[in-house]
Design a protein around this ligand. Structure first.
Ligand code: SAM
Ligand code: SF4
Length: 316
């Protein structure tokens, strides 16, 4: 079992499979001049699977595929299928949903368990603004496809921004009339492109206070969300406050970038490059065991993130 020096069990791997994206969300990626990982540094399918196998053998049970935009990889369904064959209990995906209309069925058949889809607004013009050119209708079609394929619950990730989408909270919550939809409001983290956007930061507690009649549900182990239901609505409304609250003591996550670099905390730098150990699975596992011991006890995001890069490279 993979554990760190604070006795936290690390069984959740967030694996970025690309840093490329078909959108340019203003808080995540710069419009132009994006420092990309060199194409030959991005892990091949085989490298990703070798790495994932080592983590699974060390006790990881859940793998989240993220990016950049993971659906841009043509071999994503093969990766999903192989991860399930290797015994991953849960394989889940974080996506902007733009390509899901055509891909959801393929992913479901490959064994994908469920999806998180990022959707910051329900207004087409605002969607174009925040994503720098994306079409809301594509994202909505992706959500419909995920629901139709049973990739559920579909969790909608809404990055909360004051003056932008806080006025849409009611509309998002209305979606939880559908039991298969969970809406999660996430605080804007001061990482990369979002550094200096403090004026837009809004604590999720301000939204929670608006709905005193909501019923709070028990949180799962390791959950980073406080979960509520609107009376009479079966779907769930989650609130994730990485900035104003610290859930580090229960953190079970490890992150690997698309070039194989290990990150033990979203807000700390990379600790090592696993790609150079892929030729020898035993050595790879030894290196993982050695490095995870450096997982920091907690972050200091209320002061500053030390991520040192943009979110498209880390994967959220
Ligand atoms: N492209 C996929 C997507 O958008 O879902 C996966 C990668 S994206 C980096 C993962 C998640 O990180 C998204 O839900 C996105 O909204 C979130 N994210 C990016 N930058 C953020 C920031 N500065 N604060 C909070 N969330 C952020
Ligand atoms: Fe792309 Fe996701 Fe970042 Fe938006 S949040 S730019 S969709 S990686």
């Amino acid at each position: 079992m993979l554990k760190d020096r604070y006795d936290r069990k690390l069984n959740y791997l967030r694996l970025s499979v690309t840093d490329r994206c078909n959108l340019r969300c203003t808080y995540c990626m710069p419009e132009k001049g994006i420092p990309m990982i060199r194409p030959d540094e991005i892990m091949t399918k085989q490298e990703i699977l070798t790495l994932a196998r080592a983590f699974l053998e060390l006790g990881v049970t859940k793998v989240r595929l993220t990016g950049g935009e993971p659906t841009l990889r043509g071999d994503l369904s093969e990766i999903i299928r192989e991860l399930k064959v290797m015994g991953a209990e849960q394989v889940v995906l974080t996506t902007n949903g733009i390509l899901l209309r055509d891909k959801a069925k393929e992913y479901k058949e490959a064994g994908l368990d469920r999806v998180n889809i990022s959707l910051d607004t329900l207004d087409a013009a605002k969607y174009r603004e925040i994503t720098r050119g994306g079409e809301l209708s594509d994202a909505l079609a992706g959500i419909e496809a995920a629901l139709a394929e049973g990739l559920t619950p579909v969790k909608l990730n809404v990055v909360l921004m004051r003056g932008f989408n806080d006025v849409e909270a009611d509309d998002f919550i209305e979606l939880t009339r559908n039991p298969a939809i969970h809406v999660r409001f996430i605080e804007l983290m001061p990482i990369g492109q979002a550094e200096g956007k403090q004026a837009q930061f809004m604590p999720v507690s301000e939204i929670i206070e608006r709905y005193p009649d909501f019923i709070e549900l028990q949180s799962y182990d390791h959950s980073v969300a406080r979960r509520f239901q609107k009376p009479g609505y079966p779907g769930i409304v989650g609130f994730i406050n990485p900035v104003s609250c610290n859930f580090c003591s229960d953190c079970n996550r490890i992150r690997v970038s698309a070039s194989g670099r290990l990150r033990l905390c979203l807000h700390a730098g990379e600790v090592g490059n696993l790609k150079s150990f892929l030729h020898d699975p035993d050595q790879l596992k030894q290196e993982i065991l050695r490095l995870v011991d450096q997982k920091p006890q907690s972050h200091h995001l209320d002061l500053k993130s030390d991520a040192g890069t943009n979110m498209n490279e880390i994967g959220g």
